[in-house]
Design a binder for this molecule. Structure first.
Ligand code: F6P
Length: 531
């Protein structure tokens, strides 16, 4: 997409703010917090510690208008082809819209199918949690392995950890994603095949890591139970025929669709491990939280629209202040895996430079997403954020309500989170008081952050939070003119695996390969353990 009229105006506006310190913006406007924060249900976004003025927000909203964002949002929700390179829709929003309003894909209303799969999930959850679902030896299931990688793992794993306090079953859910045999062996040695079920989560049912693990687990079942292992395999996939040829019984396959992207699939049958752990009502609340955010995103004016504001502020920091990374710092152990989840959502969606129309975009796109829980980060990387040579914007996340028996912990957690964002904003207030080592001790401040504060981390709040980031990512893609729903960049690595893998079991080297790969293969061949 060509640079627009507004972009150069923003460049000039940035120059006018280059020398302004955040501390001055607060000093000159005691109402700054109320003017630069927005609430939605039990969630509040405080963006007053961002280097923005009202004029900045107006200009950024003008950029969104110029990129026809409203129409693009309508196209997303109504099932238009928004994934241009794969000629697909992206209808993760439909998965949490449980109304009977028809939604047509290629002339076919998809809502009844979505309702059917949700009902099948409900029955499966009831049968497994009640012990009605029996394995090959007639015993009930006690352990469930959730097998998948990327969007087929990160969502269920992150949500189950975030909402562990809502777990209402004795079923143990274990997540295996990587193809490192040590992790798989460490899990299997504690499990009884007769009382174990494996859910194979794979949209394509072609991902090498997942299929390698699935084959190994299948043999593990067969060694213990003989050939009749269909009672121990479930699949969630967009290709049921592939799951069936792998050996999953048709009635144990929970379908989703090509118009659901892997990193947007936690709301689909990929969320089965969540429903198993939390129960269907909590899973439906999770969907409802996302649906509420959808409605807000669809209808709120841009300057009061939480996902749009987060997207615009991100573009302001990336494209005008030159920030290359974004730190996601939840002061909430339940959200420990949120940075990992958002890495895929943001970096696999917008880590691109191909212009949706043609050629390449002339500006930066997705930042590197990283992060970790606070307060731990204060004893690891916050030094760089306060005194480093690069400015790293932060998204802080914090709950008001903590564990009922440990209120003092929650107060210290909240005080720590708020003090970090305050210190990043204002820096050392009295340089003279720093004494002779003032340069070494000085914190310049003027470092931007958002704070997302919510009453309590419930299924609804988490659903809203994830949808908030999904729509932020979509909005940024619209303004950058890129396609957030394909991921061609991961295909090359997959192709090269097939060239290297066959040589690792022999003493041969791929003919045309580079000397680095050849040297590394040779080291492996000389040093590997061979039964
Ligand atoms: O990383 C590439 C990718 O295709 C992701 O988009 C996807 O979430 C992951 O691999 C797993 O794919 P599948 O669900 O098809 O196994």
């Amino acid at each position: 997409m060509k640079l627009t009229k507004v972009w150069p105006e923003l460049t000039l506006h940035h120059q006018s703010l280059a020398k302004v310190h955040l501390q001055d913006l607060f000093m000159n406007n005691p109402q700054r917090f109320s003017e630069f924060s927005v609430s939605f249900e039990s969630l509040l976004l405080d963006y007053s510690k961002q280097k923005v003025t009202q004029e900045t927000i107006w200009k950024l909203c003008a950029l969104a208008e110029e990129r026809d964002l409203k129409e693009q949002i309508h196209r997303l929700f109504s099932g238009e082809i928004v994934n241009s390179s794969e000629q697909r829709q992206a209808l993760h929003t439909a998965l949490r819209d449980r109304s009977d309003t028809p939604l047509l894909v290629k002339g076919h209303n998809i809502k009844p199918e979505m309702k059917k799969v949700l009902a099948a999930m409900d029955r499966c959850v009831t049968d497994l949690r009640s012990g009605h679902f029996r394995g090959a030896t007639g015993k009930p299931i006690k352990d469930v392995i959730s097998l998948g990688i990327g969007g087929s793992d990160l969502g269920p794993a992150m949500v189950n950890e975030a909402l562990h306090r809502y777990k209402t079953t004795d079923l143990k859910i274990h997540f295996i994603s990587n193809v490192d045999g040590w992790s798989l062996a460490a899990l299997l040695k504690h499990l009884d095949p007769a009382t174990t079920l494996c859910i194979i989560n794979s949209k394509t049912f072609t991902t090498p890591e997942t299929l390698q693990n699935a084959e190994t687990i299948k043999v593990w079942f067969q060694k213990a139970l003989g050939q009749d292992i269909q009672k121990h395999l479930i699949a969630t996939t967009a290709y049921p025929e592939r799951a069936q040829s792998f050996g999953v019984a048709e009635e144990n396959i929970f379908e989703f669709w090509d118009f659901i992207g892997g990193r947007y699939s936690v709301w689909s049958s990929v969320g089965l491990p969540i429903a198993l752990a939390l129960g269907m009502e909590n899973f439906k609340d999770f969907l409802a939280g996302a649906n509420s955010m959808d409605q807000h995103f669809y209808s709120a004016p841009f300057d009061k629209n939480m996902p749009v504001l987060m997207a615009l502020i991100g573009i302001w920091n990336i494209n005008f202040w030159g920030c290359k990374t974004l730190a996601v710092l939840p002061y909430d152990d339940g959200l420990k895996q949120l940075p990992d989840y958002l890495q895929q959502l943001e970096m696999e969606s917008n880590g691109k430079k191909a212009d949706k129309e043609k050629g390449f975009v002339p500006y930066d796109t997705a930042p590197v997403i990283w992060g970790g829980v606070g307060c731990n980060g204060q004893h690891a990387y916050m030094q760089l954020l306060h005194q480093g040579t690069q400015v790293i914007p932060v998204d802080f996340l914090i709950a008001a309500e903590g564990h009922p028996d440990f209120e003092d912990q929650q107060k210290l957690l909240v005080a720590s989170c708020l003090s970090q964002s305050k210190a990043l904003m204002e820096g050392s207030k009295d340089k003279l008081a720093l004494g002779p080592l003032s340069d070494a001790k000085l914190c310049e401040g003027n470092r931007p952050s958002n704070t997302l504060i919510y009453s309590k981390l419930t299924p609804k709040v988490l659903g809203s939070l994830i949808a908030l980031y999904e729509h932020k990512v979509f909005t940024q893609a619209v303004l950058w003119g890129i396609n957030p729903f394909d991921q061609w960049g991961v295909e090359l690595g997959k192709k090269l695996v097939n060239e290297i893998l066959p040589h690792l079991g022999k003493s041969s080297i791929p003919g045309s390969t580079d000397s680095s790969t050849a040297g590394l293969i040779e080291f492996f061949q000389k040093n590997r353990f061979e039964r």
